[in-house]
Design a protein around this ligand. Structure first.
Ligand SMILES: [Zn+2]
Length: 300
């Protein structure tokens, strides 16, 4: 038995990827460019890259010329002529100016960027010179190994959850919320809630809902202090909490865990539509403002 941390694919060396970028002619154009392009070309697996690059060029008359470039798509995903047609149809109305295909043909250029996010500041400082990137220094926390006592504790909690699943006689996902500081389970899947398979009834969302209800009850019972102050302090429902589930959560539930600021998630079985190792690693998306740790328990 061992526990596998779900970490980002990273490279020690800079690995480049080629993309198309549009040389933009004004900040206003950059703003409408981002709105349009982020919907049609989301670049989900390259979310460590910024959409806009700004460079300053010193001209002969000693004046600075600012150049803006907007990232469009990987050259492997789309042909330049298709991009030109797309932009002609969708991006041709900037302050009454009309652009023709020559305009876009000249302004769509190939650029190189880092395929992977930088996991330390030193790499970040070098790799971002190619194309601007986001950086979160909390990647280092993903490398901290679990100690033997933690591993024993984690397997023991997961075994309780497995027993609960057997007791329920259901193939549906079940889970619990665990407070690692107090060493206690604060919530577990409601026995009566497994009948409905609606996505909003997914195991993780049920646990978050239940924890929100408990929080409201706790607030109502609290007679001392300013309620608003209490809300500010504890408004993140799963701060410092661990979540245990039998199956890897979907992308929606993985995002709900970001919003509730969970600390760690442990699961046994990965799923095709999973949000932690299946379709996406939501807990490691650089542009999100919280990154929890995810672990898969492997029973050898
Ligand atoms: Zn879900």
């Amino acid at each position: 038995m061992h526990i596998q941390p779900i970490v980002k694919e990273t490279e020690q060396e800079l690995l480049k990827i080629e993309l198309y970028a549009l040389h933009l002619h004004s900040p206003q154009q950059a703003s409408s460019f981002i709105k349009l392009i982020s919907i049609h070309f989301p670049l989900t697996d390259l979310s460590h890259l910024k959409r806009i690059k700004k460079t300053t060029e010193l001209l002969d008359d000693n004046k600075n010329c600012i150049n803006l470039y907007g990232l469009i798509a990987k050259t492997s995903d789309v042909k330049k002529e298709d991009l030109v047609n797309f932009l002609l149809q969708n991006f041709n109305n900037d302050n009454g100016q009309n652009f023709d295909s020559d305009y876009f043909n000249q302004r769509i250029i190939k650029i190189s960027a880092s395929k992977y996010p930088a996991t330390d500041k030193k790499k970040f400082d070098i790799w971002k010179t190619l194309w601007p990137m986001n950086f979160h220094n909390d990647y280092q926390k993903h490398d901290i190994p679990l100690n033997d006592i933690e591993i024993q504790e984690i397997f023991s909690i997961m075994n309780k959850l497995k027993n609960l699943s057997v007791e329920l006689n259901s193939s549906k996902n079940v889970g619990l919320i665990y407070d690692p500081k107090k060493k206690l389970t604060t919530l577990q899947t409601d026995l009566n809630s497994l009948t409905d398979s609606h996505p909003l009834n997914h195991c993780i969302l049920q646990l978050i809902n239940a924890s929100a209800k408990n929080y409201v009850i706790k607030l109502q019972k609290s007679k001392v202090g300013d309620k608003r102050k209490g809300l500010d302090c504890e408004s993140y429902l799963l701060k410092d909490m661990d979540v245990f589930v039998l199956k890897e959560p979907c992308i929606m539930c993985s995002m709900a865990l970001v919003h509730s600021r969970v600390s760690r998630i442990f699961y046994v079985e990965n799923t095709e539509e999973g949000g932690l190792e299946g379709l996406l690693k939501v807990h490691l998306v650089p542009s999100l403002n919280h990154h929890y740790r995810a672990f898969k328990l492997i029973y050898d």
